[in-house]
Design a protein around this ligand. Structure first.
Ligand SMILES: NC(=O)c1ccc[n+]([C@@H]2O[C@H](COP(=O)([O-])OP(=O)(O)OC[C@H]3O[C@@H](n4cnc5c(N)ncnc54)[C@H](O)[C@@H]3O)[C@@H](O)[C@H]2O)c1
Length: 405
């Protein structure tokens, strides 16, 4: 697929596969599997001499880039099977050794080995790079594929994302140049990040489908049109279909998300409807909070300054704030804690928020400080920063809204 598409952009492409049948099909100008538009592309590019196919990897000898697209099937235990990758990389390494010999005395021709197969973070560093340890002329990049079967040709020419990972800038820009005729901007990241982005994308797709199906199933039970619900939900491109709520950070809380999730799950259970994804959201959140608590407790600090107490910044709502749970655990484990939140004035809090405070954390008044400086002056300070593990705040610079969770 990629071979025929790259050839149609004007690149000279040699396709290599161990499967003789696939090679024969391509040589005869046919796609070796059904994919809309692929037959024509293969036919045109074979006829134009831009695409050729072979079971031998000899073409590596003169290649600038080797794109590795071998299968990475599941093993019985669910682990990723890397046998094909190891073998393919070994064959490329053999070809590279031949290149070095044929260039004896002069600098070997450089080769970029771009891993298109879906592989777990660390695979390029731990499996692919070591195969080329003897060749300084080889640069390994991770270049995951985001094409969808059934619309792969269209996706190639209008790519949702082009990700290239590695630390060799010349190699990254060489691979990015492959797509230059498409006018797309590649995302250049580290090797491991590129590998992980592919998994994160597929996990996200799977979670989205399961989410829509669970909402659809619940809608059906309560006599609501699930298609209309999801279509309307998707009209919100500020909060729903957007980067909002898609940043790794602290646990969620507040007066709405936990309450409404619990109500949804309760109603589904009464309808004898199993919604494992929605049911798992609260336990997932609790696990996340536990990880944070353990990370803070693992710090060699007796005095802990907590900056930000409400469940998110720019609110004084403490209801179901995960920071409150964090505080309770820290105090319970004998840590000395001080808290600063610029939005919280206990004397100004009313209603259910006040009731929550009186019932859950009546002692909060003793812990609250009136300014950030009071916490900073308190010698040893550790804070829990969004998206990062807990850190010692030696040079703490307050953000415009100094809220750290
Ligand atoms: N299928 C998709 O739509 C898709 C999309 C994105 C990513 N991916 C990833 O791309 C990779 C390939 O997926 P696929 O569906 O094309 O797999 P596949 O099993 O259909 O094809 C892999 C091909 O590699 C060949 N091969 C294996 N070892 C070889 C070697 N040493 N030398 C030459 N050829 C060799 C096999 O003969 C086979 O034809 C996987 O990691 C997959 O997760 C696939």
């Amino acid at each position: 697929m990629t071979a025929a598409c790259l050839a149609s952009l004007g690149h000279r492409v040699f396709g290599v596969d161990r499967d003789q049948h696939k090679i024969d099909e391509v040589r005869n100008g046919r796609a070796p599997f059904y994919e809309p538009g692929l037959d024509e592309l293969v036919r045109e590019n074979i006829a134009a001499g831009r695409l050729s196919a072979s079971t031998s990897a000899d073409a590596i000898a003169n290649a600038d880039i080797a794109l590795v697209c071998v299968g990475t099937p599941s093993e019985k235990n669910g682990n990723l099977g890397l046998d094909q990758l190891r073998r393919a990389v070994g064959e490329i390494a053999t070809q590279v050794a031949g290149r070095v010999e044929s260039h004896a005395g002069s600098r070997a021709k450089p080769l970029i080995v771009a891993i298109r197969s879906t592989v777990f973070p660390g695979t390029c560093e731990e499996v692919v790079q070591p195969a080329f340890a003897d060749s300084a002329a080889v640069s390994v990049v991770a270049h995951p594929e985001f094409l969808r079967e059934g619309s792969a040709v269209r996706d190639f020419f209008e790519p949702p994302l082009v990700v290239i990972g590695g630390s060799d800038h010349a190699a990254l820009s060489c691979v990015a140049d492959l797509y230059q005729p498409l006018g797309v901007q590649a995302s250049l990241v580290s090797l491991r990040t590129a590998e992980m982005i592919k998994y994160a994308s597929n996990a996200f797709h799977a979670v989205k489908i399961s989410f829509a199906n669970e909402i659809g199933a619940l809608c059906e039970q309560v006599g609501v049109d699930g298609h209309e619900v999801m279509a309307t939900l998707c009209e919100d491109v500020k909060l729903n279909i957007s980067p909002a709520y898609l940043k790794p950070g602290f646990a969620f809380g507040g007066s709405c998300l936990p309450k409404d999730l619990r109500a949804l799950v309760y109603r589904a259970a009464h309808l004898d409807l199993k919604l494992p994804l929605l049911e798992s959201a609260m336990p997932s959140n609790e696990q996340h909070l536990r990880r944070a608590i353990e990370a803070v407790l693992d710090l060699p600090a007796q005095r802990i300054g907590v900056i930000g107490l409400a469940f998110k910044e720019d609110t004084d709502d403490l209801r179901e704030s995960p920071v409150v749970t964090l505080l309770e655990q820290l105090i319970g484990k004998g840590r000395d804690v001080k808290v600063f939140d610029p939005r919280i004035r206990l004397d100004a809090i009313y209603g259910s928020n006040r009731n929550f405070i009186l019932e859950t954390i009546p002692h909060i008044g003793r812990l609250l400080t009136g300014s950030l400086d009071q916490i900073l002056a308190w010698r040893t300070i550790w804070c829990w920063r969004k998206s990062r593990p807990p850190q010692r705040c030696s040079k703490f610079k307050p953000a415009p809204s100094p809220f750290l969770t």
